[in-house]
Design a protein around this ligand. Structure first.
Ligand SMILES: [Zn+2]
Length: 129
């Protein structure tokens, strides 16, 4: 069990209350008739599958029922930040690479979480239950 920080409820809630909804920041073509079949197919069917930093849309299904975004490391499953829809992430693959190169790491091998939570506090903290 772990907790996810909902940026709308402004508190951590149990993971069972949330549901992933795919890649974040997808932009629907404003005029689908004017894009090529390939571009339309890319929009409909193809998603990024990076090793490392990934931005995902989640919904607080059993809470406020609002969609928000999560920045997650796919290699460690660590949730690095959550942010409301319409905002941009503070952590990107590029900023994460710079952090690793500068040696800003935590004792458990991850790197320091920034964003809505105070230092020494992870967004997806494990519990003993
Ligand atoms: Zn919520």
């Amino acid at each position: 069990m772990f907790y996810i920080f909902c940026p709308y409820c402004d508190e951590r809630r149990e993971e069972e209350e949330f549901h992933p909804s795919g890649q974040a920041h997808l932009v629907r073509p404003t005029d689908p008739e004017s894009v090529s079949d390939e571009a339309w197919g890319d929009y409909l069917f193809f998603r990024d599958n990076p090793r490392g930093i990934h931005h995902e849309m989640w919904v607080h299904r059993l809470g406020c029922r609002k969609f928000f975004n999560i920045t997650r490391d796919t290699t460690t499953y660590e949730i690095l930040e959550t942010y409301p829809m319409g905002e941009q992430p503070t952590i990107t693959a590029e900023t994460a690479r710079v952090r690793r190169e500068q040696g800003v790491q935590t004792a458990d091998g991850g790197w320091q979480t920034v964003g809505a939570q105070p230092e020494n506090s992870t967004l997806n903290e494990e519990t003993s239950s």
